[in-house]
Design a protein around this ligand. Structure first.
Ligand code: ADP
Ligand code: ZN
Ligand code: MG
Length: 490
């Protein structure tokens, strides 16, 4: 057995977030009844003329510029000819020889969630892109869900003509985990830019994985297989891992990997052959005579470049520098643009970045996770959270009570100060009110007082706890400690 190196390149299809399709005015809304959004252009009736969607081009250029690609001044839409029932025109319009953009890449960040850990990946690595091109999506064949589905296939053309970008990477990844991190990072950037909604369940983001292996030290690429349409990060990792293992197995047994397209069966955790290279199509590409070349001039490119938001990587680095956040915290807070905005606004309004990050990473993220909601659905505004931070800073409430106040703010939408006032939650920080309670607790536990006096100081926390319980968590912990010490030392 010799050792092998895996080589992976991804092809990602991302739906551009436009209201209408790429070459007609039909809606792109998800979930409409079958064929509610289909017109003569969508299904390619003779004489129907495609007209390019300006917004789709702007979004594709936005992605290309953000990913550091060279946007081509001139790109060409071609016809990719093949017959399939979900493609009634007999061809898909796609850029081919002259794509919208070349080059660019993505830097892999430190990973937040625990990966499989199998082969690991290299944080900080730059994964190169080959190209980004625009194309239209095809329709959908429905093989089940109808009374006569055993005999018939139904066709839904709502997706026909939905605008896509295809993003092709160089074969730069060396493990399944690295490929998953690359895909996650790309998804984060596209969603951040508002170019794509990141919804893999609805098919608006899809990934094909190309996998090969070679003996360590070998520089020539091995024969690749392509695993089509893996629609979750976990499955992507599993599918690639399975393929790597399968290739190694074939070679170790003296065989040769056959270049082919495969599908991943999630239930079995295995890939299986869909079609071999011999059955591969000859697409007979040629420039679409109905569409002029797409010209993206410098002015348009620069206007788009100037309107780009600060990207996740830059924002993460700025959070570290500007707010003295640890690397991990900054990565967590820049998962989405909405979360980063929320944190930063809270930090600005409270003037306390440390507290803001603690709250957002703690209670805010916990609530989002428990309720499976986005930051935009959190009912506590940054300014309301800053209000809570202010009263904690002033010592009006303890940090324990503050969590209770947060929960009440979440449920009622009332401001922190009002909740504290109306529910009498303010911290008790005058010795006049606390001392009688401290004395009462001390009197109830004479044996513990003796133990502490005899040196068993860890019993002290028990007494503090009793006083806090008596005050329903409202006793000022510092003052409680001082008063208890005084009683014990008396
Ligand atoms: P094809 O002509 O089969 O579409 P391409 O050269 O266009 O192949 O590459 C498609 C994708 O496959 C790209 O992401 C590329 O990086 C990747 N790729 C190409 N060759 C290999 C290989 N030998 N091993 C792994 N990935 C590869
Ligand atoms: Zn249409
Ligand atoms: Mg190719």
């Amino acid at each position: 057995m010799s050792s092998y190196e895996a080589v992976i390149g991804l092809e990602i299809h991302a739906q551009l977030l436009t209201a209408t399709k790429i070459f007609c005015g039909c809606s792109t809304a998800f979930g409409a009844p079958p064929n509610a959004h289909a017109c003569p252009v969508c299904v390619g009736l003779p004489g129907a003329l495609p007209v390019l969607n300006r917004k789709a081009v702007d979004l594709a250029v936005t992605a290309a510029v953000a990913l550091g690609c060279d946007v081509q001044e001139r790109s060409v839409f071609a016809r990719k000819n093949y017959f399939y029932p979900d493609l009634p025109k007999g061809y898909q319009i796609s850029q081919y020889e002259q794509p919208l953009a070349l080059g660019g890449g993505v830097t892999l960040p430190a990973r937040l969630r625990q990966g499989s850990g199998e082969a690991g990946y290299e944080a900080g690595k730059f994964v190169r892109l080959t190209r980004i091109h625009m194309e239209e999506d095809a329709g959908k064949s429905l093989h089940e869900g109808f009374a006569d589905s055993d005999r018939k296939t139904y066709l839904d053309y709502n997706r026909s003509g939905v605008p896509l970008v295809e993003i092709v990477s160089e074969p730069d990844m060396r493990s399944a985990e690295e490929a998953a991190v690359f895909f996650e990072t790309l998804r984060q950037i596209l969603v951040w830019l508002g170019v794509n909604d990141g919804n893999m369940d609805e098919g608006s983001l899809r990934c094909d994985a190309n996998v090969s292996v070679r003996r360590s030290g070998e520089t020539k690429l091995g024969t690749k297989t392509e695993v089509k349409n893996v629609n979750s990060f976990r499955y992507l990792e599993k599918a690639i891992q399975y393929e790597i293992g399968r290739h190694i197995d074939v070679i170790d047994h003296g065989g040769r990997v056959i270049q082919e397209t495969r599908l991943f069966d999630a239930a079995q955790g295995k890939t299986y052959s869909m079609r071999s290279k011999e059955e591969a199509h000859d697409y007979r590409y040629f420039p679409d005579p109905d569409l002029p070349a797409l010209v993206v001039d410098e002015k348009r490119r620069e206007r788009i470049a100037a309107s780009l938001p600060e990207l996740p990587d830059a924002r993460r680095r700025r959070f570290i520098a500007e707010y003295a956040l640890p690397e991990y915290d900054a990565a967590l807070l820049t998962q989405t643009r909405g979360l980063a905005d929320y944190f930063e606004e809270t930090a600005r309004q409270s003037g306390n970045a440390k507290a803001a990050s603690n709250w957002v990473m703690g209670e805010v993220l916990r609530n989002m996770k428990e309720r499976a909601i986005e930051i935009t659905a959190v009912p506590i505004t940054p300014s309301a959270l800053a209000g809570l931070i202010a009263i904690v800073e002033k010592g009006t409430v303890s940090s324990t009570v503050a969590k209770e106040v947060f929960a009440k703010m979440y449920d009622t939408g009332r401001p922190a100060a009002e909740i504290v006032r109306s529910e009498g939650l303010a911290q008790i920080s005058d010795s006049g009110s606390l001392e009688p309670i401290v004395r009462k607790i001390a009197a109830a536990h004479p044996e513990i007082l003796d133990e502490i006096r005899a040196g068993k100081d860890r019993k002290f926390q028990f007494l503090v706890g009793q006083v806090m319980k008596e005050t329903k968590g409202k006793g000022d912990p510092k003052l409680v400690t001082d008063l208890l010490r005084a009683v014990i030392d008396a």
